[in-house]
Design a protein around this ligand. Structure first.
Ligand code: 3SL
Length: 252
């Protein structure tokens, strides 16, 4: 396995696709997607554009859909949800499709949707992602941070490092054997330094501070937890992610 970290979707090399592409938006889109699927949502469908989301979801019965829209950290008027994972309780999401558009996370997923395998990762489902990679062993893996409007985000890179670090431990190989680029090594260093203080790191992050100004303390706490959910959101068709059902015993 050869792992590459790209801090933002803009840094993805053009004209190439990996065997497996992993979008990361710890605060908060991929944390929300993992939580919704874990709580029983039928699927998550992602959109870059809010109007397109409204148009496509219109053909779904209101009791079968949830519309989530976030811009600048806040809920978009007229939508059922903003982008808080804490809204995704089984009572509300079971059997419904989450139609979601966020500032950066859904854009990251859209930018990698042509890869053979597309996954959404966050700290909360880190081990599920690692288990899938260990079972399938894709040759080339991209870990793509969502960043914030084109710039680096601490929380996405630390999550990329958490995934790579765990893989390295489980495979028992030197990091050099896995690292496809320098960014991968720096992501693992970031994680190694902060692994016991992830909530504190999220408080230092620019987007963490933005969310704290919006009173999202509980969201930061939730999203800073590692290996909380055994769920793997995986793309079934472009833009539509479902819960991967067979993490155990998958042949290589
Ligand atoms: O940028 C995004 O996609 C977000 O997840 C932003 S927020 O955490 O909902 O503010």
């Amino acid at each position: 396995m050869n792992l590459f970290v790209f801090h933002t979707p803009e840094l993805i090399p053009s004209g190439k696709t990996p065997d497996c592409a992993i979008a990361i938006d710890v605060l908060r889109a991929t944390s929300t997607m993992a939580t919704a699927l874990n709580a029983g949502a039928e699927a998550v469908q992602v959109f870059s554009d809010l109007n397109e989301l409204m148009r496509v979801s219109e053909s779904w019965a209101p009791e079968k859909r949830i519309r989530a829209g976030e811009r600048g950290g806040a809920k978009v008027e007229g939508f059922d949800f903003g982008n808080s994972p804490l809204d995704c309780t089984p009572e509300v999401v079971t059997g419904r499709r989450l139609f979601i558009s966020t500032t950066n996370g859904t854009r990251a997923l859209t930018s990698i949707q042509s890869a053979e395998t597309v996954i959404a990762a966050a700290l909360v489902n880190r081990q599920a992602v690692v288990d899938y990679l260990l079972a399938r062993r894709p040759e080339t893996v991209w870990l793509v941070g969502s960043g914030w409007e084109g710039s680096f985000s601490l929380e996405d890179t630390v999550c990329a490092g958490a995934i790579a670090h765990r893989l390295q431990v489980e495979l028992g190989v030197p990091l050099e054997d896995l690292a496809g680029n320098d960014e991968l090594i720096s992501a693992v260093s970031l994680y190694s330094q902060w692994q016991d203080r992830l909530l504190e790191l999220l408080h230092h992050a620019t987007h963490g501070k933005r969310l704290l100004r919006l009173h999202c303390h509980e969201d930061l706490k939730y999203c800073s937890q590692t290996d909380l959910l055994n769920v793997l959101p995986i793309q079934r068709e472009p833009g539509v992610l479902v819960k991967h059902e067979s993490l155990i015993g998958v042949a290589g």
